[in-house]
Design a protein around this ligand. Structure first.
Ligand code: FE2
Ligand code: FE2
Length: 169
């Protein structure tokens, strides 16, 4: 399959897809009326994206796709104001956003949307990039305020991450 003309043009100009997606996500979240909630949403999405990059680099996974999955993973929940089935619905929304932006290949789209789709299934083990995103979400939940107790449902995953990364807690 040939990449789309837009994808080729962007590659020629050496524009960062992560930057482009950051801008897009910011523009979507601009609709959130509550300033504090909007700031918290952006902090979480950027925090998860950063954690996802670190985890991907440690595990030899694609760091760019990890960053993009992190940026997109909770956009649906923030935009709709509902966490009801937000991972599955969020995967559909991520697909719409990425299709409209025309910045990924079909295979890349599938990797990113699978990670978003599975990210709330923290008790299951899924594909490599799915696991990167779940772990990044747990890292941000647990370390954005390190004085807070780790959520019970995230503890097993958090403990494995402490072992993998040598965190002293
Ligand atoms: Fe989520
Ligand atoms: Fe999240």
């Amino acid at each position: 399959m040939h990449p789309s003309p837009r994808l080729e043009e962007r590659k020629e100009k050496n524009m960062s897809r992560v930057k482009e997606l950051q801008k897009k996500v910011h523009s979507i979240l601009e609709e959130m009326p509550d300033h504090n909630k909007r700031a918290g949403a952006i902090a979480h999405l950027h925090g998860v994206a950063l954690a996802a990059v670190m985890i991907a680099k440690k595990r030899g996974e694609n760091a760019e796709l990890a960053a993009m999955a992190g940026l997109l993973h909770d956009v649906y929940a923030y935009k709709s104001g509902s966490y009801e089935d937000h991972a599955h619905k969020g995967a559909d929304m991520a697909r719409e956003i990425l299709t409209e932006m025309d910045i990924v290949t079909k295979d890349e789209m599938d990797v990113i949307c699978s990670a978003v789709y599975h990210h709330d299934s923290k008790a299951d083990v899924d594909g490599a990039m799915d696991e990167v995103l779940k772990d990044a979400d747990v890292i941000h939940h647990s370390f954005s305020d390190p004085t807070k107790e780790v959520k019970t449902k995230e503890k097993p995953r958090f403990e494995k991450l402490c072992e993998e990364f040598g965190f002293i807690v």
